[in-house]
Design a protein around this ligand. Structure first.
Ligand SMILES: [Zn+2]
Length: 546
């Protein structure tokens, strides 16, 4: 029998436990008192056990590597964030390569498969709110930052436990930063590429210069270099990071100079140059360059307009906010940040999370209802399907009145993925008798094909990009005709850029894995009241390492 290691067992129990440390200490004490445990788990009292569990949870965050301690602090310039704790990226990779043979082998294989180019670093940033989703407590909202290499194998990119944690910060603290998420991402990039800032030019943990990971197979080190390949997130996160006015502004797309909203276009009827969101002809789009974005950033900062109204007018016209402390304002990071190329859209947010698929399914259901189809008809038809086990069961409430709005659905992204083929089958099976819905069916078929290609996975979808681009453009044109301009939202336009973004980063990214990872963050935050960032960072690192 292997020798008992109480410390290891405590760490493993913490990783498994979804309750608080106090409740776990109470359970252990009770089991011990009732003689169910023949070993003392470290302490005669609940208080002592609780203390030992706290020490166990911090074991990995205090681990020492050749790149320093795993969890380090950074001064972000505000009193509450003068010592923000984050997981040092180079130290984390080093530690994982030392303690996990599987991780070290995956890194060695990835580096060998890409030749001499650097790995593509992708950052993800989003907010989640712990607690009851129906009674969200905004005051406890947390901004989480995860990262990965786009070159990792497909299974790793789709697994939430493989995406690496960089840090968590209460949204209320992030709001104290001069430019919020943009200032935070600026600091995060300096953690990966410290030689881009004034701090330590010869920093040995700079991913551009390379870091050394342990290779468990050969016993030697694997040399890893990486370059920033982009940030992924929903459009709100992109707006905050790039300080652009994408969503809801007169210029809804940072990548296209001449794409404006319908309202804006109506005020400039004579313009040949401007197009609105209904335009799906990509040849008419005038692409913004990275240099133009930087020129606009500098222009807004240098304009020094004190008058709020005048400044907002200029910002509205240029499509960006004045952000002297934002990511793009720092000339030193401009050598690694390409705002247009690094604005990565993901198919989950474009299609099934308040996206095009939700809008289109709601419009199709409305069209069916005009033909006399009831919600009950759709529900009866839907529950006749048996989905593959991985997709879960069909719920008839998906097609109920309460879940379908005028041009959107209230269902979750995963549910919409299952609803789409069911509704498509209904259109071909039952609704084919309505001749004037033939174009609705064709349009929905194109959308189903697009979602089908994306769902193949980050790397498997790549071989169908030409087909997908063609389908996106056909779908866009048909959607505008069929629904006569109804439901035309910025995401319909952004969908046209999805293939371009996938080519840039080398895989078809989605945010499903990271959204699942939020559940772990929410669980960890539920019982953290003091030293919030410190507690949940230590807990999350312990869970991930286990
Ligand atoms: Zn665009």
């Amino acid at each position: 029998m292997a020798p008992r290691d109480c410390k290891r067992v405590r760490r493993e129990l913490l990783a498994e436990c979804s309750g608080s440390k106090s409740s776990l200490a109470g359970i252990l004490k009770k089991l011990h008192d009732e003689s169910f445990l023949d070993t003392d788990m470290g302490g005669g009292s609940v208080r002592m056990l609780r203390k030992n569990l706290q020490v166990a949870s911090e074991f990995y965050s205090k681990a020492s590597t050749m790149y320093g301690t795993l969890v380090q602090t950074i001064d972000l310039g505000t009193p509450s964030l003068s010592k923000w704790e984050y997981v040092h990226p180079a130290a984390y990779l080093r530690l994982l390569s030392e303690i996990s043979p599987g991780f070290s082998a995956m890194m060695a294989e990835t580096v060998a498969s890409i030749g001499h180019r650097p790995l593509k670093l992708v950052l993800y940033m989003d907010e989640c709110t712990p607690g009851n989703p129906l009674r969200a407590d905004k005051a406890r909202s947390v901004q989480s930052i995860y990262w990965c290499f786009a070159d990792w194998p497909q299974w790793a990119l789709q697994k939430s436990s493989v995406w690496l944690l960089l840090g968590c910060m209460r949204s209320s603290l992030q709001a104290e930063l001069p430019e919020g998420a943009s200032t935070l991402l600026h600091a995060v990039l300096r953690m990966f590429f410290p030689s881009c800032s004034a701090i330590g030019n010869q920093n040995r943990s700079d991913f551009r210069h390379g870091i050394f990971l342990k290779n468990g197979t050969t016993g030697s080190d694997t040399y890893v270099t990486a370059a920033f390949a982009g940030m992924i997130g929903d459009l709100k996160a992109h707006c905050e990071v790039w300080c652009c006015k994408t969503a809801g502004a007169s210029k809804p797309c940072m990548s296209c100079k001449n794409v404006v909203t319908v309202d804006f276009l109506n005020r400039r009827l004579s313009s040949e140059y401007l197009v609105d969101l209904k335009c799906g002809d990509m040849r008419r789009f005038d692409a913004t360059t990275d240099d133009e974005v930087y020129a606009i950033t500098d222009r807004l900062i240098n304009a020094g307009i004190d008058n709020d109204t005048k400044r907002k007018e200029l910002e509205q016209r240029l499509g960006f906010k004045t952000a002297p402390h934002g990511l793009l304002a720092d000339h030193a990071v401009r050598e690694i940040v390409r705002p247009i190329k690094h604005f990565l859209r993901d198919w989950m947010h474009m299609l099934v999370s308040h996206g095009v698929a939700g809008t289109e399914m709601a419009l199709v259901i409305a069209a069916l209802r005009q033909k006399g189809t009831t919600y009950e008809d759709l529900q009866r038809y839907a529950i006749g399907f048996r989905m593959p086990k991985a997709l879960g069961k069909i719920s008839k409430t998906w097609f109920s009145k309460g879940m379908v709005n005028k041009d959107s659905l209230k269902t979750f992204a995963g549910e919409q993925l299952s609803m789409l083929p069911v509704l498509m089958a209904y259109m071909t099976d039952i609704a084919s008798k309505f001749e004037d819905l033939a174009d609705h069916t064709r349009c929905l078929q194109l959308l189903t094909d697009i979602v089908g290609i994306c769902a193949l996975g980050p790397h498997d979808a790549m071989q169908h990009l030409n087909l997908m681009q063609a389908k996106c453009e056909q779908h866009h044109a048909l959607f505008v005709i069929v629904y006569k301009g109804k439901g035309v939202k910025p995401k319909l336009h952004h969908l046209l850029h999805l293939v371009e973004d996938a080519r840039d980063v080398g895989c078809m990214m989605s945010c499903f894995a990271m959204e699942r990872k939020h559940r772990v963050v929410k669980k960890a935050s539920l019982f953290a009241f003091r030293n919030f960032e410190h507690t949940i960072t230590a807990d999350l690192v312990n869970k991930q390492v286990q």
